[in-house]
Design a binder for this molecule. Structure first.
Ligand SMILES: C[S@@+](CC[C@H](N)C(=O)[O-])C[C@H]1O[C@@H](n2cnc3c(N)ncnc32)[C@H](O)[C@@H]1O
Length: 258
């Protein structure tokens, strides 16, 4: 068997098992069978996520826009994209940032912010807030996020950075704070994104579920539907309908154990 070409981003089965399970939940709760979707994703080099979604139903990805900022990966992705385009898959690959996506049609979107890093630090809230404000992400869309669970700046820094969030949630102990950070940090970021733009009363973000899995390192995938209404922070974090799953153990788990 030929060795994989250097630089190719090959993820393992657990990642895609987790992604497929999240798609199942999102589709069951939020997608009507006849509606077409635009799929906006991060490139990597293989587009395995694109192929899964097209298998479930090509209408879930009736147009695909994939962003890859890294030059070397973009070059490899271009070759893979050409193969998929030759099969009739309507894929556009752009050597630009996901956050520069310009929405040109009214079809609902599925966004997959398939990060390698952590969706909690840096300027993700600002960038996502801009997308909400510009209605690039809007009611009727789905947003899936992967975020690293493998490293963080330490409990002290977490407690300091999210002191406001923990106060609202009435969390004082370090152990509980670490657990809530793990299962909810992308939700913290999304709420902050809305709040910074004064949009918490304009959009409802609902967390559908959280799945942890081990790939090259521990990761989580978090699913959200974007709805009309308002977002209450406590409700977003503590919603009793959020499902938790451990792909390493291949079982559902209680939120306290996630
Ligand atoms: C986890 S990989 C994507 C894998 C792909 N979804 C798959 O399943 O095959 C994430 C990729 O996004 C790229 N990336 C990270 N941030 C980005 C951004 N803001 N815009 C575009 N690409 C980005 C990284 O270089 C990396 O190749």
């Amino acid at each position: 068997m030929a060795a994989p070409e250097e630089g190719r981003l090959l993820y393992g089965h657990r990642k895609y098992a987790a992604l497929h399970l999240m798609h199942s939940r999102a589709i069951r709760l939020s997608v009507s069978p006849d509606t077409e979707y635009v799929y906006v994703t991060l490139g990597g080099t293989e587009f395995r996520d694109v192929q899964s979604l097209r298998f479930i139903d090509p209408r879930l990805a009736s147009r695909i826009i994939s962003f890859e900022t890294d030059k070397a990966r973009h070059k490899l992705a271009t070759k893979t994209a050409e193969q998929l385009q030759a099969q009739g898959i309507p894929l556009t690959l752009l050597n630009k940032s996901f956050f520069d996506y310009e929405r040109t049609d009214d079809l609902p979107h599925i966004f997959f912010l398939d990060l390698e890093g952590i969706c909690a630090w840096g300027d993700y809230s600002e960038k996502l807030g801009q997308m909400f404000q510009d209605e690039v992400i809007r009611e009727g869309d789905l947003l899936l996020v992967t975020s690293s669970l493998g490293h963080n700046p330490g409990t002290k820094e977490i407690m300091k950075t999210f002191a406001g969030e923990y106060t609202v949630l009435n969390i004082v102990g370090e152990e509980e704070a670490k657990k809530v950070y793990k299962r909810s940090h992308p939700s913290f970021t999304l709420y902050k994104a809305l709040n910074q733009k004064g949009l918490t009363q304009e959009l409802r973000i609902r967390c559908l579920g959280c799945i942890k899995y081990r790939d090259n390192s521990p990761m989580g995938i978090y699913g959200y539907s974007i709805l009309t209404g308002a977002t209450d922070f406590k409700q977003l974090i503590n919603d009793s309908e959020i499902q938790y799953y451990d792909m390493n153990e291949v079982r559902c788990c209680d939120r306290a154990d996630w």
